[in-house]
Design a protein around this ligand. Structure first.
Ligand code: KIV
Length: 282
């Protein structure tokens, strides 16, 4: 378990020392507690909670209130871990003022250490304003799930020279705007390497290759909980869905077969009280 929470200075130093940062998403108390106990460097309360918790098709319907509730639970569970709140669709698109107000909500109500928002050149003014207000903001480029309609689906980005240049320019512009770090999603490793070498801030990857300064995975993919689909970049480290199914099937069978609850699961009446009760019922 971490001795003390990492700071932006530690994250910067880790990049300079080639020390990988490992992080994961979490949405609830128990998972966040396990992540902290395991020694995770950072936790993202991702808007992927739309799919992983609420069963939506994507992240578009996720609201600020939902993100705040889940951030609060994660913060309580992981006081020594750097926690990032993911700004949901609609919380930063309408105006710079509203974006700053929502970033402030994440900090005041859920005590996060940073916020993350999606987009490149088109969000630079928002990033600058949030950073100038004294908050840490992480950028997110490449595949940006909140704009999956505009991108034509959940597709890898930057696979041609021209689209790779778009990703590189997006990263450059949000670095210049004041982002303290950048997450790159679903982009070939060569493109990530160029960005890592070019920019002095930490560059993290989800499906963007080994050269990044750290990796994040969606917890429900990592532990084998989410079953609807599996992106190419996912490595499963567990079979939580299989374990839950096994437990449910065992429980159903035991109850139907009269094997549960057993004597060991029952409370005993205080000695001598049962005859008295039966007497009173006569
Ligand atoms: O919402 C999320 O979980 C994300 C992932 C791509 C890391 O932003």
């Amino acid at each position: 378990m971490a001795e003390k929470k990492l700071t932006v200075i530690d994250l910067q130093r880790m990049k300079e020392n080639n020390e990988k940062v490992v992080w994961v998403t979490a949405y609830d108390f128990i998972t966040a507690q396990l992540a902290e106990q395991a020694g995770m460097d950072m936790i993202l309360v991702g808007d992927s909670l739309g799919m992983c918790i609420y069963g939506y098709d994507g992240t578009i319907p996720v609201t600020m209130d939902q993100c705040i509730y889940h951030c609060e639970a994660v913060r309580r569970a992981a006081p020594k871990t750097f926690v990032i709140g993911d700004m949901p669709f609609g919380s930063y698109q309408t105006s710079v003022e509203e974006a700053v107000a929502n970033a402030v909500r994440f900090h005041k109500e859920a005590n996060v250490d940073a916020v993350k928002l999606e987009g490149g050149k088109r969000v630079t003014d928002i990033i600058t304003k949030i950073a100038d207000s004294g908050m840490l903001v992480m950028g997110h480029v490449g595949l940006t799930p909140q704009s999956s309609n505009a991108l034509g689906g959940f597709k890898a980005q930057g696979r041609t020279a021209e689209t790779a240049m778009d990703v590189i320019e997006d990263a450059q512009s949000i670095y210049e705007a004041g982002a303290f770090s950048i997450l790159i999603e679903a982009v070939p490793p060569e493109v990530t390497r160029i960005i890592c070498d070019k920019l002095p801030i930490p560059i993290y990857s989800i499906g963007a290759g080994i050269h990044a300064d750290g990796q994040v995975m969606i917890v429900s993919d990592l532990v084998g909980h989410f079953q609807a689909f599996t992106p190419k970049f996912v490595k499963r480290y567990g079979d939580v869905a299989g374990e839950i199914t096994k437990s449910f099937e065992g429980y159903i069978k035991d109850v139907k077969d009269g094997k549960f609850p057993g004597e060991e699961h029952a409370y005993q009446m205080v000695e001598g009280e049962l005859p008295k009760l039966l007497d009173r019922l006569k």
